[in-house]
Design a binder for this molecule. Sequence first.
Ligand code: NAP
Length: 338
Amino acid sequence: MKAVGFYKYLPIEHPESLLDVEVETPQPSGRDLLVEVKAISVNPVDTKRRAAGPRLANALKVLGWDAAGVVAAAGPEAELFKPGDKVYYAGSNQRPGANSQLHLVDERIVGTKPDNLSFAEAAAMPLTTITAWEAMFERMGISKSGTHAGRRLLILGGAGGVGSIAIQLAKKLARLTVIASASRPDSIAWVKGLGADAVVDHTQPLPEQMAALGAPEADYIFCCNDTDRIFPVLPRLIAPQGRICSIVRTLRPVDLAPLQEKSVGFSWEGMFTRSTFRTPDMQAQHNLLEDAAGLLEAGTLVTTFRDNLGMICAATLKQAHQRIEHGHVIGKLVLEGF
Ligand SMILES: NC(=O)c1ccc[n+]([C@@H]2O[C@H](COP(=O)([O-])OP(=O)(O)OC[C@H]3O[C@@H](n4cnc5c(N)ncnc54)[C@H](OP(=O)(O)O)[C@@H]3O)[C@@H](O)[C@H]2O)c1
């Protein structure tokens, strides 16, 4: 089967940074599904895992942690899906990614593809939806049924893949007041279109902008970019007894001491945690994707799909990696078909 992978960690411009390859088709066992991949989307995790460096890959690396496709075969213990079912999922970063014609994934982290979305539109959703959902509803404890309606959420990086679905979940389910950050006319228009109540520019000092909005503090802050740079200002921006969640790991230690006076909670979100540690509640990600599919079918949520770059091959994947490395993607980039 066809796949896209690499053997050396090279700058994306290098001819061998990503390669079209032929690999053997894997066979499903246990609760695995073998999925015929129809569309994939690309995330910063792909570019971070491929990033240039002196280390050597000991074998072919296949990236890709967002896919939509059709179940081709199911392992003997699978009970949630059967061949022919249409699915969408992010998968596990402990296993090869989905940039291949056929792909193995544990059914406990797979959802039913929303009926009203094309494969490309569906492939845009899983990784970022799982991340934003877990960050807001599980790590920060925001009510998804509106119990905290009217509270204020600041989303740093509102137009990116994660921010784009976080805005929708916060507005449509939690009914929060959402301030999203965006720095360019296109990204500002995008976050407003998704429902953000107000916009701040993450390239400019935030306390002054928040004060000018009449919202000097937020009850929740969701950090989707450059925690190292932004964290020192967050103790000023968070309300007493508020919650902060970041999805971007720091290179330096995080100093939690300034959060003590306001009794603020800080948590990380890692959307691969459940699959990496095979936690007993791993199937929560199946449930979450099923709930999200229902919300997409009802029109409560809309796909964050933005650009279809063409067929899944090294050349188009390189374009996607380049755009993500540039740091200003709006919504999601998707590739479709082999
Ligand atoms: N822990 C996890 O489980 C997890 C899961 C998903 C993603 N992540 C990480 O979270 C980050 C965001 O992911 P993503 O998929 O949303 O990325 P993305 O789509 O590539 O994000 C692009 C957005 O980032 C914004 N941005 C650029 N510089 C910024 C800054 N200094 N502060 C705030 N926003 C800025 C840009 O807005 P403008 O163009 O308006 O500047 C752009 O819209 C990545 O680092 C990713 O690796 C972690």
